[in-house]
Design a protein around this ligand. Sequence first.
Ligand code: HH2
Length: 281
Amino acid sequence: MAAIPPPLRFHDRQLGLDRVRIAGIVNLTPDSFSDGGRLSEPGSPRAHMERLLAEGADILDLGAESTRPGATPIDIETEQARLLPAVRTAVALGAIVSVDTRHSETAHAALELGAHMVNDVTGLRDAAMVDVCARHRAPAVIMHMPIADPAVMQQHAVYDDVVATVTAFLTAQSASALARGVPQVIVDPGFGFGKTAEQNIALVARLDRLVELGHPVLVGASRKRTIGDLTGVERRDQRVVGSVAMHLAAAAHGAHLIRVHDVAAHRQALAVWESVERSGH
Ligand code: HH2
């Protein structure tokens, strides 16, 4: 068994990784593929965040720009107008707040408001994003995508060896981020980001390769296309069981954090799975 990475250290607290931690997804985008804009009505994000926390989310991951395949990008002003009020609310609720953004200006503004960490789906390719995380002493999620553009990423799902390519990218990006002052990094294979179902499955099956890097590992498969492909379930909100199964497989292969829409279902599944894992038998 690989050693447990040290706790995530934030400006006002720590989060131990001796058990699998749940990041609850808060989509503040009108075109989010999973929530279908449900959260775009005023007043609703707060109730949603309260529910995720009550269900046992360890972290809230707030994002305002859809990164679904083919999504159109939004400008920074629109992103911040959607995101920052929710960051304020999440901080006031006492949550550990992760901001899912690829814009360093937005990450900076959110961290100034008390957010705890940055989740960058473009894998800290932007030097300004590295500087913001370093300056705020904020841990950062480095996710793999083959090209830093969700609009065309599916055209880049071509790898000689997807596990080797993703491992090499995350190794290089983490070393460079740490060298430039980011205090801690979390690595993420980028399930569904410029990858086929088979490639996503390979990455979970060989998650040990990422665990060996010694950083916390995050997997986000929640309600994604691959879960639909594997189960034949078209409706995203009906992919909960498939998502739980994929995340338990990820946990069995060493994931420390999972990013999910359905916190209660995952909390229940982890309670049962961890009872066996941790029983010492
Ligand atoms: N997946 C999505 C968004 N952010 N961040 C990390 N670290 N890992 C992921 O796998 C990941 C992510 C896409 O999922 P979702 O939030 O459900 O959809 P949308 O693109 O509409 O935000």
